[in-house]
Design a protein around this ligand. Structure first.
Ligand code: GAL
Length: 953
């Protein structure tokens, strides 16, 4: 086996990919089959076929297994069970005719969890460290024709104890396997040092190489020997402006293309700085995942991830929790992302036994830990995008981590170290936490956090910059509270941002017996121990369709703030440049003036090319003439890319803001003219409404059947409402169920037709409880509309907030098209509505649904002034709210939504269920982080709100 070295995607030395269809056999235990299969003449005719790279459990052999922290085998380090699925792989290949003789390297980019390798019957060795490269020198064993490569892979090994990341266990040869020719004098290893001095504007380049050679960078006129350094004026590399210089490293035996980015990373003045400036991380945690191929991620998918990120204002990636495929880092260099490169190390399962026997605090494991640190650093050291090395994730504390840290510091002093699991920060250069709540982040921001017991360590930590390596748990609907975090990051320079947990839902694509596609999660494969849908907590769905959380993130972290109403007078917006390096010269600003969502004027807005941190007040043009009377008027100002970039075309929107020009005229209480009268049968007729005289329920509107509306407080709990079992109490959904909010009973106290109004009094309460809500429905009407004014008054001391407060009603399923004026186009809840812009939106009811992998409350549009539901012929129902409301419509009830475990459990019924909510409880992030902030809680209190219903013909 060869020592680890820098990876590069290509050179003039030949390479042969060994990807393709291999022969494969799976055994249930490690020792079942002998080694005979490794012999070249072994007959594998009865074996199956398997595509390499890949994981066998997603190709019909065995099944995937998901656990968060628990080891899926007895904790008995370093031993693993006899039941150890073992995949034997065989591949026969010829060398290309022009391959030649001499040294060659057999490269494995990643094998989970442990491999033993033979070539042409000769055993080469074995290795562990699943997401790290391993190479063997094989030149003398190769022959021109019929080389037989045999690889035995065990699902479990001692290495599994170091790989307890929260994800699927997916054994197999999941990354590149290739053969590299190593001509005499070719590059054994090289290290590119390219720093930037922001005071002089000069970069210093020095390339270490063994063997020695020359380095050229034509654009800089550089031609120097390896080991020699040169200082010249350069354009620096940053995530905002990722300038790379093309160069070449030439040794006697090989020419390697270089892509050089000049930048200097430092912790100084208590801040993490690049090129002399504090940076703000707008980051995500990215696991490697594909719903069909697991951790085998093809280059197009990697690029797609990065384009999606860049287009959503993401500027940083933590490679949770292992070094990614190296091609991903090449793309980060090219497109511009700050990268925290994390080592393949997690021993979280030991937390369950109070960290007893933790490998990171046991000298016997130290060589394995150091091996992992080396393999990461050596492979990835030449990437300008990598600005921090991370020792691993959730390993507790111990001397093994210190040993890794000191090895890394010695080998690469140019990058600071990250590790979250040691609160003392003994081995790190940044103070990192996960899921700290807003209040704690604020204390840390003021450098006023709880002190450590050791004053020296405390003083050191208090002087460090702060990052949230994980925050805003994006499981299901959410995360809520992003905006409040962002304000803290912008207020306290010590708080340098963070990384949302996480990028993608790890749902595995499956089909029901009827052939419908859904995404599976923990437990769906019969695992005896698992953590359910906790594996689906990303900003994009498994198929990489963005979930609303990503839209919210994009808006909240936008690098340009556009605000009205900031005391700068009417008809002006304040524009603030929140980039760290770029001025605003690359953006085009546009304004639009809308009345009730109809565009009445638009144009360009001249905005100065503000430098980072600068702000300016920019006057808007006069409001378009003739537009003043007709209702609510809103300015929208948008910042768009002026020119194409490597990641988005010109015209791509970076940021936007809205400001009210003419407020929504308070809808004058319509003058009711109709008086309730007894109709035929047991009904009361009021204007276009027909009510049940006993229950007071509206049954028909203009002759068309409707059900309700009726007070409703239940919502299908979100993952954040449910909150993880280990989360501190109270957990909202548990409390709601305990109180019985999912089984409220309605008792009609009176139905009172009176002069000009029908008044229905009810008491709404769950069994076994004295708590109640008194709901008084006051119906008034004219010939062509019906108005409901609902008054809600609580009885008793309610200990918890309500999920929602509004009415639910049913209408015919034929009203399948929705149009509304209010927040959109996507969903939004009290603490996730930054991305909802006021406008006029329309879409089919089916498109209003957000397909969270585990179904739950979704799809509410906030700030809705009016909504219409129509049939294909345009007839239908219109609802106006005063005040504005949350609007949702779906083809199933909330009871069905609550009961569903997968998207395919939801079946469209005959009816549409509408929710018109005066209020919703916030979303928060309690599936792993803090709950709903006080200002977004729906506390039980008296409320009054109204809707006007009319039919459209
Ligand atoms: C963190 C952990 C992640 C993930 C997350 C919850 O503790 O580092 O890997 O488990 O919580 O989804």
């Amino acid at each position: 086996m060869l020592p680890p070295r820098a990876w590069y995607a290509a050179s003039d030395a030949a390479r042969l990919s060994l990807h393709g269809t291999w022969r494969f056999r799976l055994a249930p235990t490690a020792g079942a089959e002998g080694d005979a299969f490794a012999r070249p003449d072994f007959d594998d005719a009865t074996w199956q076929e398997l595509r390499v790279p890949g994981t066998w459990v997603l190709k019909g052999f065995g099944t995937p297994w998901y656990t968060n922290t628990a080891y899926p085998f007895p904790v008995d380090p370093p031993r693993v069970p006899d039941e150890n699925p073992t995949g034997d792989h065989r591949h026969v290949f010829d060398l290309p005719d022009d391959w030649g003789e001499g040294p060659a390297v057999l490269h494995f980019g990643g094998v989970e969890s442990c491999a033993r390798v033979w070539l042409n019957g000769q055993e080469l060795g074995h290795f562990k460290g699943s997401r790290l490269p391993h190479e063997f020198e094989v030149g003398t064993l190769l022959r021109p024709r019929r080389n037989v490569l045999a690889v035995r892979v065990h699902q479990w090994s001692s290495g599994s104890y170091l790989e307890d990341q929260d994800q699927w266990w997916l054994p197999g040869i999941f990354r590149n396997v290739s053969l590299h020719r190593r001509p005499e004098g070719s590059v054994a290893d090289h290290f590119v040092h390219a720093g930037f001095d922001h005071l002089t504007g000069e970069g210093t380049l020095r390339v270490e190489c063994s063997p020695a050679g020359r380095v050229t960078v034509p654009e800089l006129g550089l031609d120097l020997a390896t080991g020699e350094s040169a200082t010249v004026p350069v354009r620096p590399w940053t995530a905002e402006q990722p300038y790379l210089y093309d160069g070449q490293l030439v040794t006697a035996g090989e020419t390697v293309p270089l892509r050089i980015g000049f930048r200097t990373v430092r912790v100084e003045d208590g801040l993490l700085k690049v090129n002399g400036r504090r940076i703000l991380l707008r980051g995500v945690n990215r696991h490697e995942f594909h719903p069909q191929s697991g951790r085998t991620v093809d280059p197009d998918t990697m690029r797609r991830d990065l384009l999606l990120m860049k287009r959503r204002n993401v500027n940083a990636v933590r490679t949770s929790h292992y070094p990614p495929h190296p091609a991903f880092l090449d793309l980060c260099d090219e497109l511009g992302l700050w990268v925290v490169d994390e080592c393949d190390l997690e021993t979280h399962g030991f937390a369950q036994q109070g960290w007893r026997d933790n490998p990171v605090d046991d000298a016997r494991w130290e060589p394995a830990l150091l091996d992992r640190a080396r393999r990461m650093v050596e492979r990835d050291k030449n990437h300008p995008g990598v600005v921090l090395w991370s020792l691993g994730n959730e390993c507790g504390t111990g001397r093994g981590l210190s040993a890794m840290a000191s090895w890394i510091r010695d080998r690469d002093p140019s990058r600071p170290l990250h590790y979250e699991g040691d609160r003392s920060c003994a081995d790190t250069d940044v103070y990192s936490r996960m899921y700290a709540d807003h209040a704690e982040v604020e204390r840390i921001g003021r450098r006023a956090e709880e002190p450590l017991a050791d004053p020296e360590l405390d003083a050191r930590r208090r002087g460090l910059p702060f990052v949230l390596c994980e925050y805003a748990h994006a499981m299901g609907n959410g995360p809520g509270g992003l905006g409040e975090y962002q304000r803290l990051f912008e207020t306290y320079e010590r708080c340098q941002g963070g990384f949302v947990w996480e990028w993608i839902d790890h749902g595995i694509r499956r089909r029901t017996a009827e052939g419908e596609v859904f995404h599976a999660y923990g437990g769906d494969f019969g695992e005896e121990l698992h953590d359910g849908n906790f594996v689906c907590d990303g900003l994009v769905f498994p198929d990489r369709v963005p979930s609303p959380g990503l839209g919210e993130f994009k808006k909240v972290v936008e690098p340009v703030r556009i605000e009205g109403g900031t005391g700068d007078g009417p008809g002006a917006v304040r524009i603030t440049n929140l980039y760290d390096f770029a001025d605003l010269g690359h953006l085009d600003f546009r304004w639009r003036y809308e009345v009730e969502g109809e565009v009445r004027g638009h144009g360009r807005l001249a905005v100065p090319a503000l430098a980072p941190g600068e702000a300016a007040v920019v006057k808007l043009p006069p409001a378009p003439a003739g537009a003043v009377r007709a209702g609510e008027a809103i300015w929208t100002v948008r910042a768009l890319l002026a020119e194409d970039t490597a990641w988005a075309p010109a015209g791509h929107e970076i940021a936007w803001g809205q400001l009210t020009a003419v407020p929504r005229p308070a809808p004058a209480p319509p003058v009711a003219t109709a008086t309730p009268r007894r109709g035929e049968g047991n009904v009361v007729v009021l204007g276009p409404g027909t009510f049940d005289a006993t229950t007071g329920a509206l049954g028909y509107l203009d002759g068309v059947q409707v059900g309700g509306p009726r007070l409703d407080v239940w919502r299908a709990p979100t993952d954040n409402d449910e909150a993880a079992p280990w989360q501190p109490e109270p957990r909202p959904a548990t409390e709601w169920r305990r109180l019985g909010l999912h089984r409220m009973r309605h008792r009609v106290e009176s139905v009172e037709p009176g002069p000009g109004a029908l008044v229905v009094r009810t008491r709404v309460a769950p069994a076994g409880s004295p708590l109640a809500l008194h709901a008084v429905y006051r119906w008034t009407a004219r010939r062509d509309w019906l108005r409901l004014e609902l008054g809600v008054d609580p009885e008793g001391a309610w200990p918890v907030p309500l999920p929602r407060l509004g009415v639910r009603m049913s209408v015919s399923g034929s009203l399948g098209f929705a149009e509304w004026y209010g927040g959109g186009p996507g969903e939004g809840y009290p603490d996730t509505r930054a991305a909802a812009r006021i406008g006029r939106w329309s879409m089919p009811v089916d498109a209003l649904q957000t397909p969270y992998v585990r179904p739950q409350e979704n799809g509410a549009r906030p700030g809705v002034r009016w909504a219409q539901l129509t049939r294909t012929d345009g007839s239908g129902l219109r609802i106006e709210g005063d005040p504005d409301f949350f609007f949702s419509a779906r083809r199933w009830t909330d009871e069905e939504l609550t009961a569903a475990a997968h998207t395919t459990d939801l079946r469209a019924g005959e009816e549409l269920w509408l929710h018109l909510d005066h209020a919703q409880h916030g979303i928060g992030s309690q599936s792993c982080g803090p709950g709903v902030l006080p200002q977004h809680r729906l506390e039980v209190a008296p409320a009054r709100f109204s809707f006007v219903f009319s039919s459209l013909r």
